[in-house]
Design a protein around this ligand. Structure first.
Ligand code: G3H
Ligand code: ZN
Length: 288
């Protein structure tokens, strides 16, 4: 089985990106996996601190691992947006393949400090085991929360400076960087700004590590394709699939008010998530 690091390298060589999708439940996991399997592409399952509390830290690892081992399929689990060394350490200890220390709201120095601590721990565990844990960090603020927003939140959208990115990677030794290049977390009712592809190119060059695009929901198709061509290796999507799930569920409950089997009630919601994931994966993998 390829490691996630190898999959990221392969994606970069091919000029495509790996899709990262968050889950809160088993239906979403199945939907994401079904879509990825249909297209035969690697995929990353994300759980944020909140999602992890709901799904269960060890449960998230076990669910993904069982699919990977049973089907010999490149599916990985990432601890998405964790805000302290303690929570990052807990996810590493639980067996996550990758972690994101999100110090975007901290000063540059504080962000470096906490990120470095996480990198050191991941390296220590990786060298003591047969694992290769990837550490990602965020620089530049793109807002928080996979929800529906009226407008771009105050303070969000400050783009990452390429020189600062270079310094940050050098000081921390991270494996991947999440820069701020035009996207914002969540679905913005008034629309999102375009991805600044020139900036993506510059940051990829100066930072020297694979780049991860966060806040994928609501971006235009060409933002993804141009962003990937410019140097994005992983794309995160969450709000769009949350919306698809809830809308699918509401419709199912309204259409069949007598249905009481949970797996039948949630089936349309799962299908709706699968469709979104499939369409996004086609774009990230430059498929027609
Ligand atoms: O880490 C999660 C993502 O960046 C999701 O962003 O909710 O805008 O799709 P999104
Ligand atoms: Zn994110």
């Amino acid at each position: 089985m390829k490691t996630l690091r190898e999959c990221v390298k392969e994606a970069e060589d091919k000029g495509v990106a790996i899709g990262h999708f968050n889950i809160s439940n088993l239906e979403a996991l199945h939907a994401i996996y079904n879509a990825a399997k249909k297209l035969d592409v690697p995929v990353i399952i994300g759980v944020s601190e909140g999602e992890e509390k709901f799904v269960g830290r060890e449960e998230a690892v076990a669910l993904v691992k069982v699919i990977r081992e049973r089907d010999n399929y490149p599916i990985y689990v990432n601890a998405d947006h964790h805000y302290s060394f303690e929570t990052v350490k807990a996810t590493i200890d639980a067996g996550f393949d990758a972690v994101i220390i999100d110090g975007a709201n901290l000063s540059f120095e504080e962000n470096v400090k906490v990120t470095k601590e996480c990198v050191n721990y991941a390296r220590k565990v990786s060298s003591e085991t047969s694992r290769d844990i990837l550490v990602e960090a965020e620089l530049g603020y793109i807002g928080s929360g996979s929800n529906i927003k009226d407008t771009i939140p105050e303070g969000a959208g400050i783009k990452t400076d390429p020189e600062e990115a270079r310094k940050f990677v050098e000081l921390t030794g991270i494996d991947m960087l999440a820069p701020s290049v035009g996207s914002i977390h969540g679905l913005i009712k008034s629309g999102k700004p375009h991805i600044d592809t020139e900036l993506v190119k510059k940051i990829r060059q100066t930072a020297g590590v694979p780049l991860v695009l966060h806040g994928g929901s609501g971006l235009r198709d060409e933002d993804f394709t141009n962003g990937v061509k410019a140097g994005i290796s992983i794309v995160h999507i969450n709000t769009e699939i949350r919306v698809a799930y809830v809308e699918g569920l509401k419709k199912s409950l309204a259409d069949k008010p007598e249905e009481v089997a949970p797996y039948k009630v949630t089936e349309p919601a799962e299908k709706a998530v699968e469709k979104i994931v499939e369409n996004r994966l086609k774009l990230f993998n430059m498929m027609k």
